[in-house]
Structure formats: structure tokens, C-alpha cells
Design a protein. Sequence first.
Length: 390
Amino acid sequence: MNTTPTPSRRGLLRLGATALPLIALGSVLPAAARAATASAPVAASRPRMPAESDRHDRTFMAWPALSSIWGTRLSAVRDDIARVANEISRYEPVVLVARPGQAADARYWCGPGGSRGITVVEIPNDDLWIRDFGPTFVVASGVIAGVDTNFNGWGKTGTPYYQPYAEDAAVAAALLAGYGVDRVQAPFVGEGGALETDGQGTLLATVSSLVNPNRNPGMTQDQVEQALKSTLGMDKVIWLAGLAGQDITDDHIDCLARFTSAGRVILDRPGPGTDQIWIDVYQQAKQVLQNATDAQGRPLTVVELPGPDRALIRGRGKDFLSSYTNFYVANGAVFVPQFGDGNADASAYAVLQAEFPGRDIVQINIDNIASGGGGIHCATQSQPAVPPVL
């Protein structure tokens, strides 16, 4: 296991994976997931979006499908996805969504995975950002349900950021049907990367990504907030301003501020060479968080996570996401990008190890994924374990 920071880059992995048609998913599901909604009515048990640090049954990922999106980088991006999947599979099962005609590619690149394994399921998709188009789960005693947040390609139709998304928009429903999990259709349009919770009723979100006419035209901030609370079981939403129109997500929260535990928030601090507009976003977020309280009335402790020097990643394009804050918490580990700035990589490792002392901190080279404006968190979605019946 990776237990010490290392500035050196890891070699590319090209392993294989076993494809499993969606029709066969039921045979590999735990009984608790198959019977989750039989034990108690979802509506009556007030399910809540759990903290990412809660126990998972599996991690979902998606195989990047279209050269029209990635161009000549498609093969390199697949290398990154395979690397991330294999690292996560050492700690929990990974389910990789792939187009039926691309299962052989996924099998070649991803292999059987680590000790928990990688399973490829054949579902049509367009891209890899399953955090945003996959289901967002809510749980209660003996119950799990998946929220379909009505993915609309980040509202980028008619803009330079547009990319095909029709197949991605159907993935949440297909996965939930295949895994026998009740589907809840959200009364708002959004993405999983726009939602960050402590699991105790507090939600972090950016105004720019949710109170935006490209997702929720005609809805006020209060209306969006009420929809979030009722759908995700939240008691309080802490809004950060964010920044619209400067990246494909309109500044998702999962690149800016993340809970590490109740009352503790990691805040992304832009590294040297970052444009002033993003420094302004950070400063506004810091002021709000330092004066905020959570759903239980506790003040928040803000821990800054400094980004790498942009000069050391020059040449990878303006959309390159140089945020360590886009980490992913899995069973027993935290997965975080490694950008090649030795000092910043080591600092990120130390900060996250202090915040998650019981987990391994696993640093991964994802430069090709990052060149598309996303990170490890954007490329993963967790299915939480069903809480025991009380």
C-alpha cells in the first residue's frame, strides 16, 4: 500500500476485465441491496445522503467511450481510468460501466482488479464522469434508494463546452434497475459533484452550479434549497458563490470544499499561478465557511489544502484540474491526485493523512483525466452499504 508520499510518476497499467451483461447483475448483488426497499417504505423512513466516508458496498466508474470527446487523448485517459479502478479495487469492489461494444477494451485495460475485483457491466455511456450522471444514493435504516438528478450535460447545450450526453443521462436509471435499487427522480437538475454532505444533515453547494438557468430555469435559490433538502434528507444548505461559465461544471463543490468529518471542511487553496478569478472564489468560500455553522449548530473548522504550482503543470491546457480537493474516500483509503509538484504532493498527503488517520492515502497520476477538467472524485461514485434495521 502507498503509505508515503512520492514525487515520482507511476507507470501506466494495461490489464484486462471480465464483462458482465446487465441482465446478470442480480446474481452478484448482496442480499441486503436486493431487498433494501422490501424492509421499509423509502418515503416513510426519511432517507439521507450519507457521508462519503461511511461504509461502501462498491464504487461505480465509467469507461470513456467517445473519441469525439477526448480525441487523441482517449487511450491515455483510459490508462488513467484503469489505474484508478485497480487502485480502488484493492479496498472495495469496482463496477465499471462500458458500452457493450467496448467491453473487450475495458477487459484488456482493467483486468480482474485487486483483491476486491473489477466487474464490467454493459450499459451505453458517453464519458467517464459518473459522479455527475450516476445515481446519488440516500439511505436509512434497512433502506437504500438512488436519486436520479436528471443529468443534462451540465447545461452546456449550445456552448463551447457541449459534449454528447444522451447515453450518460440514462445510466443512473439503468444501474438502479440492474441493482434492484429504488429510483427517486429529483425535482431539480444537477450532478453528484455539486453535492457534498457530512452525512448529518448539512449540505455544501455552490450557487453557480445549481441556482443556474442552464439547470434549473425559473427556480429561486430558496426553491432549489428546499428541493435539495426534501430529496437528500438535508436540514441545512451552506451556499458558496462559486463561479459560473468558467468551466464545464460551473464550479462544482467537489473541487472547492469537502467534509472530512462532522464539523471539519477541507478548502481548496489555489496554488501559485492560478488565475485571480479562482482566488476570488476561494476567498469568498473561506469567509463563508469560517462564519458558518452546520445543521447541529457547530462552527466549522476549515483546513486548507494548497494546490500545486501551475507552472509545473504548464502545457496541459487551461481546463486542467489541479485540485487535490477532488479526492475520493473509499473503504480504508483516500485516493488523491499526484500532480508532479513534489512539495505540493507531499503537503496534500500530509494534510489528508491528518484528516483521515485510519485510512491509507493513495496518490495517483491522473494527468490525462485532469486535462479534461475533472479528477478522481468526478470519475467515481460510491454505493453506500445499507444501514442495519433498527
